[in-house]
Write a new protein. Structure first.
Length: 269
């Protein structure tokens, strides 16, 4: 049985066997709305139960974080529609402390290297390298970092995969900087992009703009989390809401990066 966005509106009345609720529970768990290290355990206990305590808490976070009024008896149409939207695979940061200011951890320097590892998507081909370079150049011009293209000893590696493992509805995933703040040796700081996505350079209704997605995922690679609804930022989770038309950065993320990296010498993290 396939669950559609329409099936999620007005739950639980039209969900007599809990199938659609379970689909929604898996979605909320995948993107961090249960705010627990072990969401699968919680889901197992509340499978298909729309009124479960943990599920209700997750639904409240989902609605409020994305700017919708919460009603414990239903899923708002706008919130349900988000489930069908392409988005970044990085989960929302509800496990962070209450004083979280929009970032997780940072590098201990402002000179970083980047490079594309492996094949590029067929929809863009050789243009991929230019689009990626221009995204790093926009961040560099806005925040004063130095991003150099490299073939080895790469801090931020960009990797195109068929799809993001475990996230079939997502187009990209930007890993946060490594815990040791030194050279990344694996996934920390790296950016994964789904080569199966129909990529374009510019924003369009039926394609995903690599230029816009790269600006977003670089933000994660520098340590930024997703922003809530109502904040003008390239760091919102859902692609249609991240677009600025021209694919530019907003004051929010630029100011935040400048603030958190201004103290790296005084207080290395």
């Amino acid at each position: 049985m396939t669950t559609t966005v329409g099936d999620l509106i007005g739950l639980p009345g039209g969900d007599t066997n809990g199938t659609h609720t379970f689909f929604l529970q898996r979605y909320l768990a995948r993107y961090g709305y249960y705010a627990t290290e072990n969401p699968e355990t919680v889901i197992a206990a509340e499978r298909g139960r729309f009124g479960g305590e943990a599920t209700q808490s997750a639904l409240r976070r989902f609605h409020e974080f994305n700017g919708f009024a919460f009603d414990a008896s239903v899923v708002a149409p706008g919130a349900a529609a988000l489930v069908g939207q392409p988005r970044c695979a990085v989960m929302e940061s509800f496990l962070r402390a209450p004083d979280d200011k929009g970032w997780v951890r940072i590098w201990n320097r402002k000179e970083l290297s980047y490079g594309i590892i492996g094949d590029t998507p067929s929809s863009l081909g050789a243009e991929t390298q230019r689009i990626v370079a221009e995204a790093f150049a926009k961040w560099s011009g806005a925040i004063g970092f130095s991003f150099d293209s490299a073939q080895s000893a790469i801090d931020i590696a960009i990797k195109f995969k068929g799809s993001i493992p475990g996230y079939t509805d997502a187009y990209g995933y930007g890993n946060y900087p490594p815990n040791n703040k030194q050279q990344a040796t694996g996934d920390p700081g790296d950016i994964w992009l789904a080569s199966a996505t129909t990529w374009s350079e510019e924003y369009s209704n039926d394609k995903i703009s690599l230029a816009i997605v790269m600006l977003h995922e670089i933000g994660h690679a520098l340590g930024l989390t997703h922003t809530a609804a109502g904040v003008r930022s390239i760091m919102c989770a859902y692609y249609p809401h991240c677009t600025t038309g021209a694919g530019e950065l907003f004051e929010h993320e630029v100011g935040l990066i400048k603030e958190i990296y201004s103290k790296i010498q005084e207080h290395p993290r």
